[in-house]
Design a protein around this ligand. Structure first.
Ligand code: ZN
Length: 80
């Protein structure tokens, strides 16, 4: 089955409002969030996607991404 979503509203993460709020609070934000980024390689087209909010959908071909995939581990991991 092909789980296709209607209305692709992919908005970029990181609104200027949040940045401004953090800046007002004086919180150091190194241009990114500390959320765990999950990578999935699309079995259909081979494109590497970033899974966010549990959205396992290829951004290139809208294919289904595997729920569990051991993509090549990121080199230089901390304690593991
Ligand atoms: Zn794909």
């Amino acid at each position: 089955m092909i789980g296709r979503r209607l209305g692709g509203g992919n908005r970029p993460v990181g609104s200027p409002a949040v940045g401004a709020a953090l800046d007002r609070l004086g919180v150091g934000h190194p241009g990114g969030y500390t959320h765990e980024i999950v990578f999935r390689r699309c079995p259909a087209c081979g494109e590497r996607n970033i899974v966010r909010d549990g959205d396992f959908t290829c951004a290139l071909c809208d294919g289904d991404l595997p729920a569990e995939w051991n993509v090549d581990e990121v080199a230089g991991r901390g304690h593991g």
